[in-house]
Design a protein around this ligand. Sequence first.
Ligand SMILES: Cc1ncc(COP(=O)(O)O)c(C=O)c1O
Length: 422
Amino acid sequence: LALVDAADGADAVRVLTSLAPRPPLSQAAARVPSSAIRDLLALTGSSDVLSLAGGLPALGHVHDPVLATAAARVVDDAEAVQYGTTEGWPPLRRWIARRLSNGSGGVAAAADDVRVTHGSQQAIDLVVRALVDPGDVVVVERPTYLGAVQALAPAAARVHAVPVDADGLDTHLLADALRAGLRPRLCYLAPTFQNPSGVVMSAERRAHLAELASHHGFVVVDDDPYRDLAFSPPPPPLRAWLDPELSVTLGTFSKVLAPGLRVGWVHGPPWLVAALTRLKQATDLHTSTVAQRIVAEVVTPPDWLDGRIGRLVALHRHRAAVLTGALRDRLDGRLHLADARGGMFLWGRLDDDLGLDADALLPGALARGVAFVPGAAFACDDAPSSHLRLCFATLDDDRLTEAAHRLAGAVADAARAGPGAR
Ligand SMILES: Cc1ncc(COP(=O)(O)O)c(C=O)c1O
């Protein structure tokens, strides 16, 4: 009937296709959960909600014309808009290798072992696809980066989450699990200003993890996007301790240059990067030549990037202090916070006496006009969490202070309502 009544041919075709039977999604696609953060951002994006939920560095404040000039030069060059190699633009790979060599406790990195990827998110996906078969065990931190959980889902990995404390992933608990027979293929962690907890893994734990990896023969992925956003110098990346055959380091220009360019990298042993290259060929042929060339143009002149990072870190440090101070003033004793050491996030814990989990707090917080990410989003199970991830990098001082005020109001409402009302 709809077909007969359709006013024009296009409508008639649309009706027809909507009646066609659809094949089911692949099991791999069906297993990938939607990102709770991206869903939340979609919810808060257009309203007057003050969002502490996203993870946007304060790049607007350090923006300068250098990026625009480089972009104009690059697109004007016929070669720069051509196809490129899967491995990445060689001058950029050399720059990345030099940067890795300078900051890694004396361990040199070769450009041949670097692959440029569309953000470090793509590197996580490629590493998982290269190493993990259905049912393989992958060790992650608890809490862990949500994007890694998403990348692990299609592989049908068995995720073993090891708690993080103030010194990072608890390697003693991991050692116990290994003694009890756990046999991981891979250990994925973000040990430096971790997302979401902001924790920095101690040098002792880094050394212990490397020892466990060598003994049991699993690959360790050090996802290191926040290293440059340090308020005080963190320990070197894990590769300073790891056997090079088992060591993968991921990096990105997203947090200090422009996340929209989608340029990141992976450094690893030749046997693994060769596999990553084949997988990347199948995925997208190569990383955008235009984006790589823009990045190379701006980072090559000495000191430009470090100057930008210096200004960005000063602003982040200031904002972290503003948000921490405002939350402590208004929520003293009800929200426990450690001082931020770098990165972009505070990891608040609601006091046990409140008997409140962060998921239950969120609707009231949104109603009062403030958003955060509840801690359960960073776990690999459905356990409730009393943690809140709060981004200090994005909002200005007045908005951070107002966001803290609104959050305190939401906590007070929930405390008054009591557990039965939640
Ligand atoms: C720990 C971690 N790894 C990887 C990424 C992805 O970054 P990119 O923009 O380089 O893909 C993020 C982004 O938030 C992150 O927090």
